[in-house]
Structures are given as structure tokens and as C-alpha cells.
Design a protein around this ligand. Structure first.
Ligand code: ADP
Ligand code: ASP
Ligand code: MG
Length: 437
């Protein structure tokens, strides 16, 4: 077996309880002998719970500490099932919760995103403390590494942009030597630090990306994401029946699907791997012996139809107030504003006097954007129950099935991809139509 480092990523579902932690340890044990960097994210739905703590603190609702106690209690239960009373891990975990409590003792920070990044990483910090302690207890020599000493980002809080040179240097200093000495490195996904030592996050579901950053910097042999599904499926099994596993997928297909909402891998994950031709495996942590999905250089030209659904979409119809054409200088101005307000554009269409974009509806960004251009442009916003449906390698049957019961507001087709911005036909409307038929 080659002695190049391999990178494993375990997400929230894999460590949602004590059995999950034991299972993780048994998977690592199976690969005994392989030099490994292991990335772990927060346990179960901890990040959602911590987001509620941040919102409660910002709103001065008086419930933030109580919500944080709930998170602490859930971690205590997991530790009680894994460790003897008095194990040093209890103090380590406690220290992380105390640090979070101190933040709650202060006034809410005026910059919400900054405050978020100081509180929400608690989930990753305690999860990795617990998993590292359990691996060591199981005889798997593991070094807990603080990802904030490795992954350096700019200071865009909640969307930290990786500073590759600094990060690469840190990996050489703090990660590779530990693994070469024969220990596993275990670190947090999702979190990083600015050069000034403020904690940042990489965006929700960003742990996959952390693993890809490490894989890139380490020139890894391969990277494996351990999931509660057998691999990448033709659609989200929570939304569709009759999905099938894709055995092989090209980087290109994986980027297209994840960019448009296939939730199985974070979209930023693939590019660093592709740049160094590092294979990515998506495998089941329930059946680790099974093959899963292999993602690599272009491997196949025939794919079945694959569906990705992205919820929380907003449609913005923008037209000039003076009914002039939407010309190039308008476009330049609009795109500047789009970038300024960090809108993520999934689809756009223009006619002579209007320009429509479909974007992810995040916080109040669309409202701030609309306000910023309202002097010169009329903006009609629609953000109720909208979803973006993307189908790669579509067939007429699949499109018909997906359109059923929906109103399609905008549609765009290329040879391999169809995208539809759609909403459910309201029940009331369907009834009325039937009555008047
Ligand atoms: P993690 O524990 O790594 O954070 P997630 O819950 O974020 O895992 O992602 C796994 C889930 O992604 C699966 O349970 C599945 O419901 C969903 N999913 C969405 N699209 C796909 C797809 N195309 N293939 C497989 N799983 C998908
Ligand atoms: N814990 C973070 C989240 O839930 C990061 C991740 O799981 O990848 O978004
Ligand atoms: Mg996840």
C-alpha cells in the first residue's frame, strides 16, 4: 500500500450519538497502517442548535444560555456513554462551552456574522475533542489539531475565503509532520481563522471543503467522505423514491450537481481535488466495505438523469424605470451591485427591457440589493416557496414528473441541463380551477 496521506471526512450524521463515534473509530481501525488526516464536523444537528443560540443572543431574548445548555447536555450524554467519570475530556469540552458562555455574557456584537463565527464553531470544537479522546482511548494514537492554526481565511465572516499560501505553510508545519511521525491528525471541518486570529467559518456544510483543502495541501492519495447514504445518488432520497447510486462520476458532473443544490457534497469541495487529480470517494459509514461512488477525471459519457433541488430561492425581475433597453452599462452596474451584496446567481434571463435573476435567498440580501438599485430600476421580488430544479441528462419523462403540480416561472435548457424555477400550485388555486372547469 502506498504511504501517501489519505483524508477522511466524517459529517454530523456519522457522529450524531455515541454509537456513531464508536463506528467512526472502527472505520479508522480498518485502515490501520494508512497515514490519515481526519476531519470531523459538529455532532448531529448541533450547528442548527447553535445558530439558534446566536439568534437568541442577537435578539436579547434571554433564552440564549438555556439553548446553549441544551447543546451542552446533549454532548454530556454522548460523553457519558463513551468515557469513565472524571475523564479529562469532560474538562476540555467544558472549557469550550465556558468560552461560548462568556460571549453570551457580553452585549451582542453589532456584526452578526462576526458573532456567529465566534459562537457556532463550538460545535466542531467539542465534537473533535470527544472523537479524538475516544480514538486515543481505543489505542488509535491521535493528535487533536485546532483547524484555526491551519486554515487561514480573509475576514468575510461566515464565508471565509481561504488564503492558500498561509494555509499550505501551516499544513506543512502542523499537519504533515504529525502524520509522518505515525499519529492520526484529527481536526475540525468548517472553521478557520483570520490572520488576526479571529475565528471564521467557511459556510454551512463547509467541512467537506476543509477536507478538500487539506487533501490539496497534503497531495493526498485520496479523500473519502463518510455518509449516511451508499454514495452519490441520482437524487436526494429524502425527496424522491427510486433513486440509484452512481458508481462513478466525473469531477465536472459532481461540480455541476453540487453547485445547483445536490446536498451530498459541498460545491467548493471538488475543484481543489480536480486541480491535483485527487480521487474522491463518497462511501457509507453504515457499510464501509461497500464501494460507494468514485469521483475522478472524466470517466463516463453516459449518465442517467440526475436531479438537484435547491430550496429558498428568490426571483428578481429588474427593469429600467424609463423603459429604456437594459443595455451593457446597466448590466455592468447591476453585476457590480450583485457582487457587492454577495448574491449567488443560479440562473439569469434577459429581455429587451427587463432582466431576471434567480438567487439563493439568504438573510436580507435581496432586500438590501433591491434598495440599492431602486433609484434607477424597478425590482419585483418573488421569494415565496420557490425552488430551483436542475436536471442533468434530462428525459421528457423526468421533466414531466418534476413539473407535476408546479408552476414553472422561468426555465432554461442546454443540451445536458434543464433548470426550472418553480413553486407548488397552491391548493386553493387547484380547487378553484377544478370548480370552474
Ligand atoms: P453530513 O453528515 O456529512 O453533514 P448531510 O446530511 O449534509 O451529511 O448529507 C447527506 C444527505 O444528503 C443524505 O442523507 C441525503 O439525504 C442528502 N442528499 C441530497 N442529494 C443527494 C444525492 N444526490 N445523493 C446522495 N445524498 C443526497
Ligand atoms: N457543522 C457545519 C454545518 O452543519 C459544517 C458541516 O457539517 O459541514 O453546516
Ligand atoms: Mg452536512
Amino acid at each position: 500500500m502506498s504511504n501517501r496521506i489519505r483524508v477522511f471526512k466524517f459529517g454530523g450524521a456519522s457522529v450524531k450519538n455515541a454509537d456513531g463515534v464508536k463506528n467512526l473509530s472502527s472505520i479508522v481501525e480498518k485502515f490501520n497502517g494508512s497515514p490519515l488526516a481526519i476531519v470531523v464536523s459538529a455532532m448531529g444537528k448541533t450547528t442548527d442548535a447553535l445558530e439558534k443560540v446566536v439568534a437568541a443572543h442577537a435578539a436579547r431574548s434571554g433564552t440564549a444560555k438555556q439553548l446553549l445548555d441544551g447543546v451542552r447536555e446533549a454532548h454530556h450524554q454522548i460523553m457519558d456513554a463513551l468515557f469513565e467519570n472524571g475523564d479529562p475530556v469532560y474538562d476540555i469540552v467544558n472549557d469550550h462551552f465556558v468560552a461560548a458562555e462568556w460571549i453570551l455574557d457580553d452585549e451582542p456584537h453589532p456584526n452578526y456574522d462576526f458573532m456567529y463565527d465566534q459562537l457556532v464553531p463550538t460545535g466542531e470544537l467539542v465534537a473533535t475533542a470527544i472523537v479524538a479522546a475516544y480514538l486515543n482511548k481505543s489505542g488509535l494514537k491521535t493528535r487533536w489539531v485546532d483547524a484555526r492554526d491551519v486554515i487561514i481565511t480573509d475576514d468575510i465572516f461566515r464565508e471565509g475565503w481561504v488564503q492558500w499560501d498561509e494555509t499550505r505553510a501551516n499544513v506543512e508545519k502542523r499537519v504533515r509532520p504529525v502524520i509522518e511521525k505515525g499519529e492520526y491528525v484529527l481536526t475540525q471541518g468548517f472553521i478557520g481563522s483570520t490572520k488576526e486570529n479571529y475565528t471564521t467559518t467557511l459556510g454551512r456544510e463547509g467541512s467537506d471543503y476543509t477536507a478538500a483543502i487539506l487533501s490539496y495541501c497534503l497531495d493526498a492519495e485520496d479523500m473519502t467522505i463518510w455518509k449516511d447514504v451508499p454514495g452519490v445518488l441520482t437524487a436526494d432520497p429524502r425527496l424522491f423514491d427510486n433513486v440509484t447510486k452512481l458508481d462513478r462520476l466525473s469531477y465536472r458532473e459532481a461540480i455541476e450537481m453540487t453547485y445547483y443544490g445536490a446536498k451530498v457534497i459541498h460545491p467548493k469541495t471538488i475543484k481543489p481535488l480536480q486541480n491535483k487529480s485527487i480521487p474522491l470517494y463518497v462511501k457509507s459509514f453504515v457499510n464501509p466495505e461497500n464501494d460507494g461512488t468514485f469521483i475522478g477525471p472524466d470517466v463516463e459519457d453516459h449518465y442517467p438523469p440526475m436531479v438537484a433541488i435547491e430550496r429558498n430561492q428568490a426571483l428578481l425581475n429588474i427593469s429600467t424605470r424609463d423603459f429604456s433597453f437594459v443595455a451593457e452599462h446597466h448590466m455592468r452596474y447591476l453585476f457590480n451591485q450583485i457582487a457587492e451584496h454577495r448574491l449567488q446567481v443560479n440562473l439569469m434571463q434577459n429581455t429587451a427591457i427587463s432582466f431576471a435573476i434567480c438567487v439563493n435567498h439568504i438573510d436580507d440580501r435581496i432586500f438590501r440589493f433591491a434598495e440599492s438599485i431602486e433609484k434607477d430600476f424597478k425590482v419585483i421580488l418573488d421569494y415565496e416557496g420557490l425552488e430551483l430544479i436542475t436536471v442533468r441528462h434530462y428525459t421528457p419523462q423526468v421533466i414531466e414528473m418534476l413539473r407535476n403540480g408546479k408552476i414553472v416561472m422561468v426555465e432554461e435548457r442546454t443540451k445536458n441541463t434543464i433548470q426550472m424555477v418553480a413553486k407548488e400550485v397552491p391548493l386553493m388555486k387547484r380547487k378553484t380551477e377544478l370548480a370552474s372547469a
